[in-house]
Ligand binder design. Structure first.
Ligand SMILES: C[C@@H](SC(=N)N)c1ccc(Cl)cc1
Ligand SMILES: C[C@@H](SC(=N)N)c1ccc(Cl)cc1
Length: 397
């Protein structure tokens, strides 16, 4: 008899294991010219010039820029076994809890356009109850994840508030269809994409993510956000600033390659426990929307070869080990530094209530060619997603 946890963990594990890059039909993309972007307020532009040349921003300019821009913080609440993290969002006066996802670029929600049998237990968005909703005529969207999970529907624009920051005219994608995976998770009312807008699935004209819309409207003095996830406790997403109280030591940055639309970088290698560090290029993405740490089989096998009793459990869909096992730390080389994931974070907990078998936080990426540094990694660091400088940063915490 599978407990819910097993099903959820297994389905998400399977989901995480087998949900390769959302199948975005690139052939349909047509960038019909560029929309004139409102220029950020003058002091913001001036402050950026100083920063660009590594000069301290004069206090009067910094003060003026700060006055013209916004910052905000919103809790990231873990679901059971930390399988996903949910945050509150207000759309046209309606509050939903969404899965913020740096691995996709669609803001889509459970909506009044879904059959009511699908919306049981969910908060839904109903544009007819919003004073500021406008239909985006002719626009549709359809997202697919490798495991076959996905959703589709049509599009409105509305005022979307995240972390106290309101973006007017944000594209909101209403689900009129969702796949079964999304029905197993009654608290998840949809996704808020934080990847690059180049992989947004709206047709015929792709839309921008909430973050990119806000940045284009000049709402941030610094166009960056930070992610501070915690094991079994609320963390935060912060927008427009870095809270120095959320990390220790210094932030190490690495350039990202946004050509696939992800926060993608080349890791410098890995180490298991106090074993020696293996230098190798690792094509990785930082992904809040994936529960696990997904890496090449060779690395996964190396790690579990050092865990007594670890084995692949087909039924669970990945490596399991005795919950009594002492798990080694996982070291990930990023830029000039190394992120240490303590052994205690490398488990998702018992495969089902009362079981002495635990599900591994590190699992195979099934050879998809990308390593997915998901929530297991993000619980170990303060992560900085810096769009201004096209870089990813991390610091111990
Ligand atoms: C980009 C993410 S899916 C997402 N975060 N929306 C991903 C890609 C490939 C694999 Cl194998 C697993 C996860
Ligand atoms: C597509 C992912 S979100 C992501 N891939 N980052 C997902 C999340 C939750 C459910 Cl229930 C099903 C699928």
């Amino acid at each position: 008899m599978h407990s819910l946890t097993t099903l959820l963990v297994a389905s998400l594990a399977t989901l995480a294991l087998t949900k390769p890059v959302p199948q975005i039909t690139t052939k349909g993309f047509s960038v019909t010219g560029t929309v004139a972007k409102p220029l950020p307020a003058y002091p913001v532009r001036l402050a950026r010039v100083y920063e660009k040349y590594g000069k301290p921003v004069p206090s009067n300019i910094a003060a003026a820029a700060a006055a013209a821009t916004e910052t905000g913080s919103v809790p990231a609440i873990p679901e059971e076994s930390d399988v996903a993290y949910l945050s509150e969002v207000n759309i046209g006066g309606q509050t939903l809890t969404l899965d913020f996802d740096t691995g996709s670029a669609d803001l889509w929600v459970f909506s009044s356009e879904l059959a009511s049998s699908y919306t049981e237990g969910h908060a839904i968005y109903n544009p007819n109850k919003s004073k500021t909703a406008k239909k985006l005529n002719g626009a549709t969207w359809k997202i697919r994840y490798g495991d076959g999970s996905g959703a589709s529907g049509d599009v409105y624009t509305d005022d979307v508030e995240v972390a106290g920051i309101t973006v007017k005219g944000q594209a909101v994608e209403l689900a009129s269809k969702v796949s079964s995976q999304f029905l197993q998770d009654p608290d998840n009312d949809g996704l808020l994409g934080l990847a690059f807008s180049s992989i947004n699935t709206v047709q015929p004209k792709p839309q921008t993510t909430w973050f990119d819309t806000a940045a284009a409207q000049g709402l941030f003095a610094k166009s960056l956000f930070t992610v501070d996830l915690k094991q079994g406790a609320p963390g935060t997403y912060d927008f427009g600033y870095i809270d120095s109280s959320k990390y220790t030591g210094k932030i190490t940055y690495t350039d990202i390659n946004e050509s696939q639309g992800f926060w993608e970088f080349t890791g410098t290698g890995y180490g298991v426990g106090d074993g020696n560090f293996q230098e190798q290029d690792i094509d990785a993405i930082a992904d809040t929307g994936t529960t696990l740490l997904l890496m090449d089989d060779s690395i996964v096998e190396d790690y579990y070869s050092q865990v007594d009793g670890a084995e692949v459990d087909q039924q669970q869909g990945g490596y399991v080990f005795p919950c009594s096992a002492q798990l080694p730390d996982m070291i990930l080389g990023i830029g000039s530094g190394q992120a240490t994931i303590p052994g205690g974070l490398m488990s998702l907990g018992a495969v089902s209530r009362g079981s002495s078998s635990c599900f591994g936080g590190l699992q195979s990426n099934q050879g998809v060619g990308l390593s997915i540094y998901g929530d297991i990694f993000l619980k170990a660091v303060l992560a900085v997603f810096d769009a201004d400088n096209k870089r990813f940063g991390f610091a111990p915490k």
